[in-house]
Design a protein around this ligand. Sequence first.
Ligand code: MF3
Ligand code: CO
Length: 270
Amino acid sequence: MICKSFKDKEKMRRAGRSAATVLDRLCKLVKPGMSTLELDELGGELMKEIGVKSACKGYRSGHRVFPSYTCLSVNEEVVHGIGVEERILQEGDVISVDVCIREDGMIGDNCRTVPVGMVSPELSRLLKVTEESLYLGLSQALHKNRIGDVSEAVQSHVEKAGFAVITNFVGHGVGRSLHEDPQIPNFGKAGTGSKFKKGMAICIEPMVNMKSSQIRMAKDGWTALAVDGFPSAHFEHTLLVDEGKPEILTIPEGYGEAEDFFTSKLAEVA
Ligand code: MF3
Ligand code: CO
């Protein structure tokens, strides 16, 4: 894991902001009656509009190539869902919108789970708890802290709420590649693991299931599903490790300063 140079940090700030702007705009387009393929194509158009490329489309894992611009995971789909014509969003669903772009060589990666119309109170609570766990994790991603500090902050908040963290997928370092060292698990013990250093770029991304933490793979070879069919949530930011506060890179245009954004999000945590 390399700490980013001044130039690369500037590029990552731009890539992060673009990824966040696409995610923010795309989430606002989510409506009942729309197919996930339509939503993915809108994501592709938004990327084109602001002059960035999808880092998902064409992503390789072994012999498999990811086909969509974005990852769209509905209800029991945990991550890496593919937009398809047959999946029509229904009032009461939740959808995880994962936007990962490349700009000037660097990656920006972020995700948010949003309700489709009105959702049940229990689903709202799942989204709230998962988002809160992201900000609690972020608050531990500081120079000289350890990876396990983030992991425990995420896991303990999720489990106190009665939900389960996914262990098959983890957060990660990021830069010129989407997945760099180190891995940032959403489970573990504070005080363990390697130390964060100022200037590291990482993604923290809690994935939380309502009941069982177990997943299985769908036939498409990409989509991870909650084994029990209950819904799942996923929130992610890209950040630069710093002292005192993390520098969140995936804040959309028009949302003010990174510091204020983080402080107000953290203040909302119950
Ligand atoms: N945010 C996702 C991740 O870090 C993006 C995956 S892109 C895909 O895994 F192509 F692998 F789907
Ligand atoms: Co990621």
